[in-house]
Design a binder for this molecule. Structure first.
Ligand code: FES
Ligand code: FES
Length: 161
């Protein structure tokens, strides 16, 4: 039996009907058209499907859409609705990613950290993105870029406009 739910995604309200087994990752990608959360392991290990749910990172491959009825999801698309944040600018500036598959999840994990801890240590950044598997970079350029953004901007996750 299908269920009617309402999701707020990147500021927009989406009334949706979903099966009880529909996973948030697929609903976002195929029904809402938000494709930055990526399918990877689809069992909670890689972090490529990371989204912010009510401001906290979750692995959207492990969340049922019916569980998040009435809640708010933010993806990288929503983080940069009015222009890239300084965090994103610095990741680009430093060429922090290679293939970029991990990038949306890494950016959201870093954004969650910076919302809680505006002046993180290198270790804090390392810990925050540890759940996002990056096969390409060895993490050093990503961590350097996050720290550069923190140093250069008073609020690296504010929208630049
Ligand atoms: S696809 Fe969700 S954690 Fe890997
Ligand atoms: S840049 Fe390729 S997986 Fe991270």
């Amino acid at each position: 039996m299908r269920h009617d739910i309402t999701l707020k995604v990147n500021g927009e309200v989406w009334p949706l009907d979903v099966e009880p087994t529909d996973v948030l990752l697929e609903v976002l990608r195929t029904r809402v058209g938000v494709t930055s959360p990526k399918p990877g392991c689809e069992r909670g290990d890689c972090g490529s499907c990371t989204v912010l749910l009510d401001g906290r990172t979750v692995r959207s491959c492990l969340v049922l859409a019916v569980e998040v009825d009435g809640h708010e999801v933010v993806t990288v698309e929503g983080l940069s609705l009015d222009g890239l944040t300084a965090l994103q600018e610095w990741l680009v500036e430093r060429s922090a990613f290679q293939c970029g598959y991990c990038a949306p999840g890494v950016i959201l994990s870093a954004a969650e950290l910076l919302a809680d801890t505006p002046h993180p240590s290198r270790h804090d950044v390392q810990e925050a993105i540890a759940g996002n598997l990056c096969r390409c970079t060895g993490y050093v350029p990503i961590i350097d870029a996050v720290l550069a953004a923190v140093q250069a901007s008073a609020d690296p996750i504010a929208r630049e406009g």
